[in-house]
Design a protein around this ligand. Structure first.
Ligand code: FAD
Length: 450
């Protein structure tokens, strides 16, 4: 069969794939992008975007409570029309789909609504048998949620199922202690569900700063989330239309309307023809790439979650853009620096972090100093809210270079980006201190930490 010829074929139209396609087309390359599902991948359809929409609704619910205590006349338990919320969320997502499609049309990227797999180092076969030849092939197939191999696991859902909910579940168990588990627990609790968070380990957010993560756990408790550490789920069983969790070291009430696993994600490398072509995978099944997103096959590259490296949307996008700048934009050294990537856990309030936790810093540097600010933000104080803010800065060396900033508090999601720029530029504690504060804000505490 004769094959259509392109400069680059991108497999996957999520965060990384779209960014690769747009940037390559911008450099004048002839591009095809394969995506069998709605455009935007995990982030747009079952990740960042619908998650943030639900977080915003949960945030409003909390603020309605504060408003009432500050004197506004609002009902004690304002009703949420969940279906309307979902409808508005999905309408927003439909607009993103339309705008991506428009951009693909405008930039001349051929969108092919098919799954693809590699036939050889320069040929992609679509699932209708069509073959595409390309000088370069970019794998951007993302990852999928995992369930543990326990009896009855099919009775539990994953984050994708959370977004499919059409009404509020009364009683939910969330299994896991990572950021997705924390975010789902916070949203469901704020929107009125009774939530148990069942965590196998002894703490939340294993890779984040322990001290700040502890405060986040305390905030969840104050908000009414039942937290159970050292709790292992052995099986799920059906009980009168609900789900019973068989637990080791768990809570007494173990029957839930919904059980959601947030127990990790695995790269989508299955049935892509990678092994036949010689693309090397890691033990966890991720595509091995070097600092330039090169795989072990010279014409094949990989970006985003499929590589298992810092699995965040802006990372997939930045890696893809740099790769295309290198391949088609005449920037021979373009590559993404994976250090000091800021990120936010959308808890209530959010937890933003960039750089090293105190624990990591102590492993890497002889001299580590830390600075803190703990306070109750003005709105919480005025509205008798309990939730505390903790800001923490980790510095290393005699010049006290800032190597980690961890902000748990209202506005942390918006505050952190600017400080991430400062850290990237090598800011020191002294320079932070020399910066005049903006008063009265929470952000000022970042430059006033003691
Ligand atoms: C609940 C949740 C919340 C999240 N929240 C955030 C957040 O707040 N901030 C953040 O930065 N990140 C967040 N993430 C992570 C973020 O969604 C991912 O890091 C990001 O989507 C990765 O982009 P990607 O391009 O690598 O993969 P994806 O976006 O997953 O895209 C991969 C695409 O490839 C397609 N595909 C797969 N196989 C094939 C094939 N054989 N042929 C053709 N196409 C194929 C898939 O259909 C999919 O559309 C969240 C993730 C989840 C699950």
């Amino acid at each position: 069969m004769s094959a259509d010829a392109y400069d680059v074929v991108v497999i996957g139209g999520g965060s990384g794939g779209l960014a690769a396609a747009f940037r390559a087309a911008g450099h004048g390359a002839k591009v095809a992008m394969l995506e069998p599902s709605p455009l935007g991948g995990t982030c747009v359809n079952v990740g960042c975007v619908p998650k943030k929409a639900m977080w915003l609704a949960a945030d409003l619910a909390e603020r309605i409570g504060l408003a009432s205590r500050m004197g506004f006349d609002v009902p004690a338990e304002p009703a949420l029309d969940w279906a309307q919320l979902v409808q508005r969320r999905q309408g927003y997502i439909a607009n993103i789909h339309a705008s991506y499609q428009k951009r693909l049309d405008e930039t001349g990227v051929a969108r092919i609504s098919r799954r693809g797999r590699l036939l050889d180092a320069h040929t992609v076969e679509c699932d209708d048998g069509t073959q595409l030849r390309a000088q370069h092939i970019i794998i951007a197939t993302g990852a999928h949620p995992l369930k543990p191999g326990i009896p009855g696991a099919e009775l539990g859902g994953v984050s994708d199922d959370f977004f499919a909910l059409q009404s509020r579940p009364a009683r939910v168990a969330i299994i896991g202690g990572g950021y997705i588990a924390v975010e789902l627990a916070g949203v469901l609790r704020a929107l009125g569900s009774t939530v148990a968070l069942l965590v196998r380990g002894q703490r939340l957010l294993g890779h984040f700063d322990a001290e700040v993560s502890e405060q986040l756990a305390e905030n969840l408790r104050l908000q009414g989330v039942e937290l159970h550490f050292g709790c292992e789920v052995k099986a799920l069983e059906r009980q009168y239309g609900r789900v019973r969790a068989v637990l080791q070291n768990g809570p007494e009430h173990v029957v839930f309307d919904n059980v959601l696993f947030a127990t990790g994600r695995a790269p989508n490398t299955h049935a892509l023809g990678l092994e036949q072509v010689g693309v090397v995978l890691s033990e966890k099944g991720a595509i091995e790439v070097d600092a330039y997103q090169n795989t072990s096959v010279p014409s094949v590259f990989a970006v985003g979650d499929v590589t298992g490296r810092v699995t965040l949307t802006p990372v997939a996008i930045a890696a893809a853009r740099r790769l295309m700048d290198r391949l088609y934009g005449g920037q021979a050294d373009a590559r993404l620096d994976y250090d000091n990537v800021p990120s936010v856990v959308f808890a209530h309030p959010p937890f933003g972090t960039v750089g090293l936790s105190e624990e990591e810093a102590r492993k890497r540097f002889d001299k580590v100093t830390t600075y803190h600010s703990r306070f109750r933000p003005m709105l919480q104080a005025l509205g008798d809210g309990d939730v505390r803010t903790v800001f923490k800065m980790v510095c290393a060396g005699d010049d006290e270079k800032v190597v980690g900033i961890h902000l748990l508090g209202e506005g942390a999601d918006e505050i952190l980006q600017g400080f991430a720029v400062a850290m990237k530029a090598g800011v020191t504690r002294r320079q932070m201190e020399d910066t005049v504060a903006i008063h009265p804000t929470s952000a000022e505490e970042v430059v006033l930490m003691r």
